[in-house]
Design a protein around this ligand. Structure first.
Ligand code: HPA
Length: 253
């Protein structure tokens, strides 16, 4: 098995990195169970990169049923120490119009009922680890984020630097009033998969950053009276065109 240093988790509309060459597929099992699908390891611009589709390659897993722990553990098992998470999101802030790419630096977790820690209790109900309360002041690794932004500069990909990602439970989209509340809370983006993934990555000691792909104006933000999956998928396809090049550049450093 080839070791890799960079892994990419694809979100809605990104189920493969077509540019990967000499691909090996790994069906992995982890202490948290099976990941969403095979981990595809291939060469991109001379570097070995791992790819995993968060929702499964046929998009069979909704956000609340993804085994986020197994996904991250599988990528770690294959040798990745850095994870670039692609998250399809709705735009709330003006800077985040549909088809924009963004690299948020903050998040607010509105999800509930998801397994959100790698720490499990023993038979007596004790977790007993000094590492239990990991620091999460900056939820995305500042160093890795700066590399993502630098890579985008090299490849010429327009990338909005910063912003707050509000993570909702889904799988339904939000009401206009819910989005108005998120805006008041300071959220610029809304999606359903940013957590617990970012928190688990921190617990596992992975360097983790989010590359948000804005698929639509969030509910009540644009002119449209509703959000359609057709719009979401078309905009993601459009906005993802330069991602492989950016990932290749990131894999170099
Ligand atoms: N809300 C939540 N998740 C999303 C959206 C949205 O508007 N668009 C794509 N994923």
């Amino acid at each position: 098995m080839s070791a890799v240093s960079l892994a990419v988790i694809g979100g809605t509309g990104v189920y493969r990195l077509a540019q990967l060459q000499d691909v090996e597929s790994h069906e992995l099992d982890t202490r948290f169970g099976k990941p969403s699908g095979p981990v595809r390891v291939g060469t991109l611009l001379g570097h070995r990169v791992a790819f995993l589709a968060r929702h499964g390659e046929g998009h069979s897993l909704p956000p609340h049923l993804v085994n986020y722990r197994a996904n991250l553990a599988a990528l770690q098992q294959i040798g990745a120490s850095r994870v670039l998470a692609l998250n399809t999101v709705g735009g709330i802030g003006e800077r985040y119009a549909p088809r924009t790419l963004g690299c948020p630096d903050q998040l607010i977790d509105y999800t509930w009922g998801r397994v959100s820690t790698v720490w499990e209790s023993d038979a007596e109900g004790n977790v007993g680890s000094e590492a239990l309360h990991v620091d999460f002041t900056h939820p995305y690794s500042p160093m890795f984020r700066s590399k993502v932004i630098a890579a985008a500069k090299v490849t010429g990909a327009a990338l909005v630097d910063g912003g707050c990602y509000g993570v909702t439970q889904g799988p339904r989209l939000e009401t206009a009033a819910e989005i108005a509340r998120l805006r008041r809370d300071g959220c610029d983006l809304v999606g359903m998969t940013g957590m617990p993934e970012a928190g688990l990555a921190r617990e596992l000691g992975l360097e983790y950053a989010c590359l948000a792909i804005v698929a639509n104006w969030a509910a009540g933000c644009g002119d449209a009276s509703e959000i359609t999956m057709a719009e979401v998928l078309a905009n993601v396809a459009d906005a993802s065109a330069g991602i492989a090049e950016l990932v290749g550049e990131l894999a170099r450093g």
